[in-house]
Design a protein. Structure first.
Length: 213
């Protein structure tokens, strides 16, 4: 049994090596070059996807989205549900990943890696998600990559203008070259030591206000 398993694995390995060497194979790696570090690297390096990525970035920058928030979210087969498209619940996680990336950039601007790490580990004053709403515009299917972008906006309620703000987000499909979902979150400044929302002061507000366009 063990011998058969080893032989089967060796045959699989041989077929993979043959695909790498075959110039007609989509997995061909020219002699003297290296393959991508990961499947997502390979996907983003294709001309069509590179063009779509540029289109997505231009689309967001023209609409005032924060370029420091841009997050590429590869779609995997497991994101599908029984209806053969990406399950709606997944978008909450996609926007979360982009939001955390944006928060990390705020931390870096305030105090480098140490401050960014403190933001994400709920040390001292940081952010907390109060609510999130997601609108689904188009179904997404594998394979695809979404470009997630965020931009902050002021809170309309003057009583809470110093303790929270809005964070708008959109997901741009490289395959469809269109917005497939959008979101609005309410982000609250939160003192994790005191376990209460707070006004963080002008210094912490500065990078957030600077990104409101």
């Amino acid at each position: 049994m063990l011998k058969r398993t080893i032989i089967r694995h060796l045959r699989s390995y041989s077929s993979i090596r043959a695909a790498f060497r075959d110039p007609t194979s989509p997995f061909h790696i020219p002699e003297g070059s290296q393959g991508p570090a990961s499947p997502s690297d390979e996907q983003s390096s294709t001309p069509a996807l590179s063009t779509a990525a540029k289109e997505g970035r231009i689309y967001f920058e023209d609409r005032g989205f924060d370029s420091a928030s841009f997050w590429e979210q590869p779609i995997v087969w497991g994101d599908h549900d029984a209806f053969q498209h990406v399950n709606n619940v997944k978008y909450v996680r996609f926007f979360e990943s982009g939001r955390i990336h944006w928060i990390s950039s705020i931390g870096h601007e305030l105090g480098g890696p140490a401050r960014s790490d403190a933001f994400l580990r709920a040390q001292g004053i940081s952010f907390i998600l109060k609510s999130i709403a997601v609108n689904f515009r188009r179904p997404v299917r594998y394979p695809d990559t979404l470009l997630i972008a965020h931009k902050p906006a002021p809170e309309s309620d003057p009583k809470r203008a110093r303790t929270q703000f809005l964070l708008h987000a959109c997901a741009f499909s490289y395959t469809q070259r269109a917005i497939v979902a959008d979101s609005t979150s309410v982000i609250t400044w939160y003192d994790y030591d005191k376990q209460a929302r707070c006004d963080p002061g002008d210094d912490l507000w500065t990078p957030v206000l600077a990104r409101m366009k």
